[in-house]
Design a protein around this ligand. Structure first.
Ligand code: ZN
Length: 496
């Protein structure tokens, strides 16, 4: 079966100009031909016509850094962090339940972000039952030290007889159980996440989940779920297994599969907000051995891991947020001779900018972190904020840049990432360090997984948009803007 995309206008990702309408024939996952639109084609036994009506067509978008199972879990937690009183929490619960499909009673519905420290008394399970009835609902506090449960949730957690408001050890025990979701159900949630992402134009993700594997993803795909390409990473604890099985980066799970082996993911330091990102200079006011942050792997060990990965055909992807961690990772790429990815690159020293291109290291960045982190960066990295999220400097130094979300830290929404990369803000606040803004052309080309144009013979991964993104600004760039998304020749989203 083939698909003919009628009246497509290809967007030149460099100039932002649109070609004349053409008809794109897609067969067996590839672009088989592209011809100028002349007449009006009809469906045949072999070819289905999708009329794009002059919409803008670009290569499919990728999210290059996702934690897939965490993403699925987070999609089911509703936020109560904006609430002040138990009554407001109950209202939020009520509103959330009204939006849920009716079959969810076998799984505990989870909320997050409660702030109970100034409430006059602990609320009860009965208070929650009054709004949620038979639904099992548990709401975890922002500091994780308390969990408010309905009677049905207590029963499911095996905590019958406890008061509805669990604290300390009871709360931690409940949370451990809340994180255990049967795989069948988790896969269903992930499928819905993937379909929402497809509606934004996403055709692929790189999954950085600890527990993920090519086998798990292959099972999801063969059950008909999660319609997109996935590159599945492996962590050092399962490097031997990956090597033994001959899993090389870029190799599909089976010929033609959308599931592909991804990189060897190595975590080298912590994060900025916890002051554990590993830096050259101490955090302002910090003392003690961890005053410059922490390293999670010794430099020699990192080199050894990269050497083993390289010999086995696995591309390293190293998490480095602080400038010292970034430098150590670049050193390790140099010493091991491996090429690969540096994940986050949130703070980069001037001297390291050129080394990305010289060593064949791609900077994999998450622009939307800037929305949440800008104030903390100004506070914690007061003396170095200008060297963080320096996308323009990286590009000007010749580095290859790719964009992602680190979901669930920020949403899987390439348009949000693109907007923040281009405008240095994601809301009505003014641009933050606008001198580091990149162009729409650069942001788009950092979002299409190295595919800079839809071409004959190339993969049929593409998105049809209602508007030319070069003409969109601010909230107009908000998703979803995809009228049709196609991954590997199959339509994964359409509202034509
Ligand atoms: Zn991550």
């Amino acid at each position: 079966m083939a698909t003919l995309l009628h009246r497509a206008r290809l967007l030149d990702l460099v100039t932002g100009t649109l070609d004349d309408p053409c008809d794109i024939l897609v067969r067996e996952g590839r672009v088989a031909s592209m011809r100028p639109t002349t007449g009006r084609p009809r469906d045949t036994d072999d070819v289905t016509v999708a009329d794009l009506d002059g919409r803008t067509v670009i290569p499919g978008l990728w999210d290059e850094h996702v934690h897939a199972e965490q993403w699925a879990l987070a999609s089911r937690r509703f936020e109560v962090s904006q609430t002040a009183s138990p009554a407001e929490v109950l209202q939020t619960v009520h509103d959330h339940l009204e939006r849920l499909p009716g079959d969810g009673q076998d799984i505990i519905i989870q909320g997050f972000g409660l702030r109970a420290s100034r409430w006059r008394a602990d609320p009860s399970a009965a208070d929650l039952d009054a709004v949620c009835g038979p639904w099992p609902v548990a709401i975890v506090s922002a500091d994780l030290h308390s969990t408010w449960c309905s009677t049905a949730a207590l029963r499911k957690l095996g905590m019958n007889g406890k008061a509805g408001f669990l604290t300390e050890a009871d709360s931690f025990a409940a949370q451990t159980r809340l994180a255990r979701v049967p795989r069948r159900i988790l896969n269903g949630w992930l499928d819905q996440c993937c379909r929402r992402a497809a509606a934004c134009g996403v055709v692929g993700i790189r999954d950085m989940e600890f527990s993920s594997s090519v086998d798990v993803w292959t099972a999801r795909r063969s059950a008909g779920g999660c319609p997109m390409r996935v590159e599945v990473s492996v962590y050092p604890d399962r490097l031997d297994e990956a090597v033994d099985r001959g899993l090389r980066t870029g190799r599909p799970a089976t010929p033609g599969s959308l599931v592909t082996m991804g990189p060897l993911k190595i975590i080298v330091d912590g994060s900025m907000s916890t002051r554990s990102a590993w830096c050259h200079r101490p955090y302002p006011g910090a003392v003690g051995p961890d005053r410059t942050g922490v390293d999670s792997v010794a430099p020699d060990e990192l080199v050894e891991l990269m050497r083993r990965a390289r010999a086995a055909g696995l591309t390293p992807a190293a998490h480095a947020i602080g400038d010292l961690a970034v430098g150590v990772v670049l050193d390790a790429f140099e010493r091991s001779g491996a090429h690969g990815f540096l994940e986050h690159a949130q703070l980069v020293a001037d001297a390291d900018l050129r080394r990305f291109a010289q060593l064949g290291v791609t900077a994999s960045v998450q622009p939307a972190h800037l929305i949440d982190d800008r104030e903390t960066t100004d506070a914690i990295w007061t003396d170095r904020a200008a060297r963080s999220f320096r996308f323009r400097d990286l590009l000007e130094a010749g580095a290859r840049l790719i964009l992602g979300s680190d979901a669930p830290v920020s949403p899987v929404d390439p348009w949000l990432a693109i907007r923040v990369a281009v405008e240095r803000t994601g809301d009505d606040r003014p641009a933050w360090h606008p001198e580091q803004a990149i162009t729409m052309s650069q942001a788009l080309r950092a979002s299409t997984h190295g595919i800079d144009a839809v071409r004959v013979g190339g993969p049929a991964d593409l998105v049809a948009l209602d508007a030319n993104p070069f003409e969109l600004h601010g909230d107009e760039l908000a998703s979803p803007v995809s009228a049709l998304t196609m991954a590997g020749g199959r339509i994964s989203h359409t509202r034509l």
